[in-house]
Design a binder for this molecule. Sequence first.
Ligand SMILES: Cc1cc2nc3c(=O)[nH]c(=O)nc-3n(C[C@H](O)[C@H](O)[C@H](O)COP(=O)(O)OP(=O)(O)OC[C@H]3O[C@@H](n4cnc5c(N)ncnc54)[C@H](O)[C@@H]3O)c2cc1C
Ligand code: FES
Length: 368
Amino acid sequence: MIMNYYSQITTQTWANGRHLVRCVKVIQETQDASTFCFMAEQPVLFFFKPGQFVTLELEIEGEQVMRSYTISSSPSVPYSFSITVKRMPHGKVSNWLHDNIKIGDELAVHGPVGNFNIMDHSADKVLFLSGGVGITPLMSMTRWLFDTNADVDVEFIHSARAPRDVIYHRELVHIFSRIPEFKLHVICENKNDIGEGWAGYRGYLTQPMLELMAPDYLEREIFCCGPAPYMEAVKRILRDKGFDMSRYHEESFGATPLDVKEDALELAGQAEADAEQLDYSEMLSVEFEGSGKSVRIQPGETVHAAASKLGLHIPKACGMGICGTCQVKLTSGEVEMDHNGGITDEDIAEGYILSCCSKPKEDIVVDF
Ligand SMILES: Cc1cc2nc3c(=O)[nH]c(=O)nc-3n(C[C@H](O)[C@H](O)[C@H](O)COP(=O)(O)OP(=O)(O)OC[C@H]3O[C@@H](n4cnc5c(N)ncnc54)[C@H](O)[C@@H]3O)c2cc1C
Ligand code: FES
């Protein structure tokens, strides 16, 4: 008997791991953001916690690259999932996806993972704060709460450069027009170059603005995602008002270009200063037994940085202990691992570490 697609669908559900998926739709959201929708070759129900992300494994110009993207769809529509990608100026992967991925293309994704999700921090009243493409996890949460008729009071404040840059704008307006407990506020940052009629808030989010839009914000569970300076500003506002920060949750998409530049300058300056006062007796040995290479590094350098010095390419995506991409096995020695949920306790117990956020405490040997 030939099983049809829908009878098979109930037999498989998505779990954290590596999966092959096929692009089934591409939607241009704004001038520089597009949504890519995926389905599995073998039917799968894509269950995940709204807010979680996947890591794409791609081959670009003969080189394997990994990047993490939040699942912007909701598990309430589980037969496919989507990501929404914004072009980063000169960004390698975001531009490659826009310019190359088309319907029918197959690629590998790892996940879903992530602690920044609405299921692990559920509440009756929530405040979603997003800036730019940081809207993606909050959109997934919104879609989920709407589709499941959840009894949750949602205030959603989104900041964009201009009205034309508001990702999902029409869908947001539609959803938020249907439920009185859902309230949407959009702020356009560019005070002058708005580009079209805009009667709403302008400028950057400030405490008085927040107070006007969501007067009870201190009583809410807060979820925030956006550029680093935006999230810093939000945290400053909340701390100044004595908000209980255990009820604040944020997702970082990584360093903004400026951060990268500042980090690079800082590192260069640091390297010069370090070179002057290098104490070779303090250096630690990192041996990669799979490739038979080893290097001596200074205390404070990561295992991933040690591998890079040797030209060894441990896959890396988030660089901050979230996605699990850079996991390797430690066969001897001890590290200090400052991760953000990208590894399970079971894996740690088996000796695995995340190389991007693990610093050797002594000489170590890694299985790579
Ligand atoms: C958990 C998580 C979820 C995410 N979700 C999303 C999402 O939903 N949507 C989304 O669009 N993105 C998301 N991201 C970000 C995404 O993973 C990529 O970081 C982003 O697409 C940029 O990748 P890229 O390869 O295009 O840019 P890269 O090539 O990595 O470069 C990033 C930026 O830094 C600049 N840069 C690179 N190196 C230097 C340097 N040495 N000096 C100065 N500048 C430099 C580049 O010009 C570019 O502007 C997420 C990230 C994480 C960790
Ligand atoms: S690269 Fe994501 S956890 Fe290390």
